[in-house]
Design a protein around this ligand. Structure first.
Ligand code: SF4
Length: 341
């Protein structure tokens, strides 16, 4: 398997089925070319603390205890971040925050705001750095936030994006002294704010056959301001590619969230993927006596940027879907996994 980064960090310390990835707002001070949710200053659509709190309460009653707050840039609404984080903390969630660090203008400001976030229950910060972010957020602010995390004992993991500008990537790495620091990055999601950049990125990123795809744990429950509930943290602005597949679980404005979470718990496909990261399904299909030959001839030479697109391709195949619906419920999950639920 291709290796992206060591399998360490808070995402690996928590099970996929315990997670809620919350896109709180589509608005952002930045409008990065590569932004998969196509955020920007003019983008509308936001949750509020009451809605978020209700999702968290229902989630906690269904075994959720890990919250990844994201956007857009949720720190455009610092009071709401503090409110939502403290609701989550009181419900027993481990709380993480994704941010582009624009607000960490000075070391003092970074430390003072981070201290309030920590008090409200935020335990891990995932700041972003890339050639695209650099147009909107000076690197100094990311460094201020990193130092504040180190000083206050808040877990810090850098969200990195490989760009189509290798010299700028290298400059950022040197400026931040990233040698020896684990940086967290994802496979390419081909939607973004700037289609020309996305087309160039398609040349930069490698497509791989299923046997060579790595998994950075992207299959877990996500929600967004449209009300979408999707089993992927690679949600896009519209989530069109997920609709009609087992990953699109519903819309919490139309269906009670509790019902959606029950459907999540009862979905053999989703539960299998939560408990058995890639390449488990690939191996199962390839080695199966009934579907194996069809799967091997149809899928093993196809290439994908990441596991999400691979799974979506499988979901579009009627033979594979009907095999999964029939066979996956029979799969017994490892006992350790079950006892942790
Ligand atoms: S990538 Fe992050 S910082 Fe950039 S526009 Fe999207 S949400 Fe904002």
């Amino acid at each position: 398997m291709a290796e992206y980064y060591p399998k360490t960090g808070v995402c690996y310390d928590h099970t996929e089925r315990s997670k809620i990835y919350m896109i709180y707002t589509f608005g952002c001070n930045a409008a990065c070319d590569h932004c998969l949710v196509e955020s920007g200053p003019k983008k509308r659509g936001k949750l509020d603390p009451t809605i978020a709190g209700e999702l968290l309460r229902v989630g906690a009653a269904h075994g959720k205890n890990f919250l990844d707050l994201s956007g857009g840039e949720m720190m455009l609404y610092p009071k709401e971040v503090l409110e939502v984080a403290s609701i989550a903390r009181d419900l027993g969630y481990y709380v993480c925050l994704n941010t582009n660090a624009y607000w960490a203008r000075t070391p003092t400001k970074a430390r003072s705001m981070l201290s309030r976030l920590q008090e409200a229950g935020v335990q891990a910060i995932f700041p972003s750095a890339s050639a695209y972010h650099l147009k909107y957020v000076p690197l100094e602010r990311v460094k201020n936030l990193r130092q504040a995390c180190w000083d206050l004992g808040v877990t810090y993991e850098l969200n990195w994006v490989y760009s189509d500008q290798p010299e700028t990537d290298e400059w950022i790495k040197q400026e931040m002294g990233l040698d020896g620091e684990t940086i967290y990055f994802d496979s390419l999601t081909t939607s973004g704010n700037n289609q020309e950049t996305m087309d160039r990125l398609k040349q930069v990123y490698t497509r791989r056959v299923p046997n060579d795809l790595d998994d950075c744990l992207s299959v877990h429950l996500g929600v967004n301001p449209h009300g979408h509930v999707v089993s992927s943290c690679q949600m896009t602005a519209t989530n069109e590619k997920f609709m009609g597949t087992p990953f699109f679980l519903g819309n919490f404005y139309e269906t009670p969230f509790e019902e959606i979470l029950r459907a999540e718990q009862e979905s053999p496909v989703v539960q299998f993927l939560y408990r058995n990261p890639h390449p488990a399904l690939h191996r199962l299909l390839a080695e199966d006596g009934d579907i194996g030959e069809y799967y091997r001839t149809t899928f093993t030479a196809r290439t994908y940027y990441g596991v999400t697109d691979y799974y979506l391709d499988l979901f579009r195949d009627d033979r594979i879907m009907s095999w999964m619906e029939q066979r996956l419920p029979e799969i017994t999950f490892p006992r350790a996994e079950l006892s942790a639920s």
